[in-house]
Design a protein around this ligand. Sequence first.
Ligand SMILES: CC(C)(COP(=O)(O)OP(=O)(O)OC[C@H]1O[C@@H](n2cnc3c(N)ncnc32)[C@H](O)[C@@H]1OP(=O)(O)O)[C@@H](O)C(=O)NCCC(=O)NCCS
Length: 200
Amino acid sequence: MMLADGYTDVADGKLATVVTSLQMRARPEPRPERQCDAWSLRRVEQPALGWYRDLYRRVGDDWMWISRLLMPDADLAAIIHSPDVAVHAFEVDGVAEGLLELDFRVPGECELAFFGLTGRVQGSGAGRWLMNRALQRAWSRPISRLWVHTCTLDHPDALAFYARSGFVPFRRQVEVFDDPRLTGTVPRHVAPHAPIIEPA
Ligand SMILES: CC(C)(COP(=O)(O)OP(=O)(O)OC[C@H]1O[C@@H](n2cnc3c(N)ncnc32)[C@H](O)[C@@H]1OP(=O)(O)O)[C@@H](O)C(=O)NCCC(=O)NCCS
């Protein structure tokens, strides 16, 4: 369904976000990166659901990432235990501080399904270090397209960061959903950039 021009009301208690999908069709050159001996990237085979959701929350709560919190266990396991999905932890001195998930379930392409760092390491150069490795791992398989989506609830630098990484926008959508701070899915204080509007 296409939205009409002009303003469209969003029901109180709901959120609306603009989602931008971006893609690249060839492997770009890695960008210059900061080196840090404490940083490592670890492929996590068959991640435990509790471990995965904990890291997902530590990265994503501030940006209201909720899809993997609401998903039934069996559905989540079917994705993250798939041989065509690669979950990685970005670690600082062995402590997971970032999530990288590459989804190869569609033949010939890869979705950068989740990419993010905890607040402890954002803005330290770790994002570029992790993206260089994400691109290397994605393009080491026989793909001709890598894509990602980000939304206006994500970190304000995310879209420009993806563009600098070589992704080109190709689709814009509006998503409407229950405010997860009102349903108790994430804490009430997160994401002040999208204020809560209580239902009457
Ligand atoms: C979006 C996100 C991944 C960006 O990562 P970041 O940690 O802010 O990125 P960096 O610190 O690497 O900084 C970006 C730039 O500054 C540079 N930089 C930052 N600190 C540096 C340092 N100390 N030395 C050298 N370069 C540095 C990086 O090399 C990079 O350069 P480039 O983009 O021109 O190549 C991160 O903010 C994040 O995880 N946000 C929360 C989750 C999210 O919104 N994810 C994306 C939506 S799906």
